[in-house]
Ligand binder design. Structure first.
Ligand SMILES: Cc1cc2nc3c(=O)[nH]c(=O)nc-3n(C[C@H](O)[C@H](O)[C@H](O)COP(=O)(O)OP(=O)(O)OC[C@H]3O[C@@H](n4cnc5c(N)ncnc54)[C@H](O)[C@@H]3O)c2cc1C
Length: 392
């Protein structure tokens, strides 16, 4: 009998034996929250493209999951592995819901926690941990995604203030955020600012017509002579290493999250092939089906092992960016392959929102692109192995 809500796919390799009792209990709690509170609504949120992010943030905050891997300021200081497992369970429901947790905790809160002043941490983090304040992370621009070093957003000194000008695109939650982490080019190099979105000259607009990550708010924002005091500048961040450190945190969550999405596809498919009859017997009884299912379960198990290994490295404080790239590249790529393969087994039913598979497949197209595209991660790994940068 599975314990801690362990799923069929998870029992194949008994990977739960690698987890502590506390981690299993946390996973079980988040899985239950996902199944009871989120899953019944997620297809509707995806279809309408309207998701109650503010309400959900407060509920998720009450569970202690926002910025959970940070210490102090209302954050619980959990292990990296525990945080990864939370991402996994959120993404088993929908990548958009995991994005909410990642962007809030790993991008916006991490930036303030890691690079901010004591005053900034006190000002923003407790409310963000509670989900009462929403943060966003503005790095990508219309013309600069994979190459953020080309950014055109500027920060210019004016007495003791800074004047920000520019625009950011594809920014999760910007149109509903209370604070935007803005990365801008200054004479000193790239700087980060915690900008209250109520500041005059800041305007954000939700981006619509997405066919992926529909249960997530994606926005663009402009900065039109936005004046902020020097106290809004993140004092610890100088150069691209500022935003890149945050991205590495969020990518780590995706390594686990993608496993959740793939697991959910495979679980749904296993249930389907057991009852769907073709040519007078269940689809599960055909060798072609079993070959697909076995291959997917093998890849899923490998992805889970990789995630847990990276979790261990991170908990030991010795994870390197190229190792996170290995995890992000492999796990998202394989999750997407699994989602597409599951879709074939569901036939026409596979394209409807009655099953989670096409929703996960569509979402994973975004996950493949954001937080560093697959190609960017190949280049990071290639550089680590050869010593030669091939970005240009
Ligand atoms: C739903 C969603 C939410 C997002 N949320 C955020 C957010 O909250 N904050 C934020 O800042 N950004 C966010 N992004 C933006 C995301 O990070 C970028 O889309 C991503 O970095 C890729 O940039 P791009 O879309 O401009 O693609 P491009 O950089 O234009 O890349 C296009 C193609 O070129 C390839 N390519 C790029 N450089 C090279 C190279 N040197 N060699 C070979 N191939 C290369 C890429 O791999 C890709 O295949 C989000 C994106 C999406 C879709």
């Amino acid at each position: 009998m599975p314990t801690h809500g362990t799923s069929t796919v998870e029992t194949l390799l008994d990977l739960d034996s690698l987890l502590s009792t506390e981690d299993l209990e946390l996973r079980s709690m988040v899985r239950q929250f996902g199944e009871q509170r989120l899953r019944p609504h997620v297809a509707e949120w995806f279809e309408s493209g309207v998701v109650p992010v503010r309400d959900l943030a407060v509920e998720i905050g009450k569970l202690g999951l926002l910025g959970m891997h940070l210490t102090g300021y209302g954050c619980s200081g959990s292990s990296a592995t525990a945080y990864g497992l939370v991402c996994q369970e959120m993404e088993a429901v929908d990548s958009g819901l995991r994005s909410l947790v990642s962007v809030q905790g790993s991008l916006a809160m991490f930036a303030i926690h890691h690079w901010g002043s004591e005053e900034q941490r006190e000002q923003w983090l407790p409310g963000m941990a509670a989900g009462e304040l929403i943060g966003c992370f503005g790095l990508t621009e219309p013309d600069f995604g994979s190459n953020p070093g080309g950014m055109r957003t500027t920060a210019k000194r004016d007495g003791s203030d800074w004047i920000l000008n520019g625009s950011k695109m594809w920014i999760t939650n910007a149109s509903i955020a209370d604070v935007a982490i803005v990365w801008a080019r200054a004479e000193e190099g790239v700087l980060g600012f915690a900008v209250p979105t109520s500041t005059s000259g800041f305007s954000a607009r939700e981006m619509t017509h997405k066919m992926s990550l529909r249960a997530s708010v994606t926005s663009e924002f402009s900065l039109d002579d936005v004046r902020v005091p020097d106290a809004a500048k993140l004092p610890g961040a100088r150069g691209l290493s500022g935003p890149l450190a945050c991205l590495s945190e969020a990518r780590f969550g995706i390594v686990f999250g993608a496993v959740g999405a793939a697991r959910d596809c495979l679980e749904a498919t296993l249930a389907y092939v057991g009852t769907r009859e073709v040519f007078d017997k269940p689809l599960a009884g055909y060798q072609l089906s079993q070959a697909k299912i076995a291959d997917m379960a093998v890849e899923l198990g490998k992805a889970q092992l990789l995630a847990l290994h990276l979790g261990k490295l991170k908990d030991e404080g010795r994870i390197r960016p190229e190792q996170v790239s290995v995890g992000k590249l492999n796990n998202v790529r394989e999750a997407l392959r699994i989602a597409r393969q599951c879709r074939t087994l569901l036939g026409a039913n596979g394209i409807t929102l009655e099953y989670p598979v096409i929703r996960h497949a569509n979402n994973l197209e975004s996950v493949l692109t954001y937080e560093g595209t697959s190609e960017v991660h190949q280049l990071v790994i290639g550089e680590a192995l050869t010593g030669v940068s091939a970005f240009r």
